[in-house]
Write a protein that binds this ligand. Sequence first.
Ligand SMILES: [Zn+2]
Length: 145
Amino acid sequence: MSKYTEQQANPVIESSLRMWREQGPLLRLEGTVCPGCKKKFFPPRYVCPICHTQEVLIFRFSGTGTIANVVSNQIPQISLLGFGEHIPRYIATIELDEGPVILGEIVDVDNADLVVKGARVSSVFRKGARSVNGSWTYIYKFILG
Ligand SMILES: [Zn+2]
């Protein structure tokens, strides 16, 4: 059995249309903001669930936030899906300073004791998985601080 060192494409969930649609959120942390009630959404919503307007605006989140919860994933099978060199991986829910709670990976961890609920994080731009056509995809991740 060979050991993959990068995350493999998943044709079940991959489509070029989806990649195109999600590049703003994934590459620039773009969500939306309702001009009426000022509520911010990530991932973007195009109809405000509170005032039902469709006139929402693109909003770029700062990328800073606080860890709301975190797990360290040390299950060996993830090396089959890629990122075998990154074990353990820290998957966290992060409350962005602008409000939304999102899922993200904490990377560049030197001291696991610091990856705890309440720790401050900021977003970085990192390599994700290979796409079906072999090119790299990129996605936001988070570092401590
Ligand atoms: Zn609204």
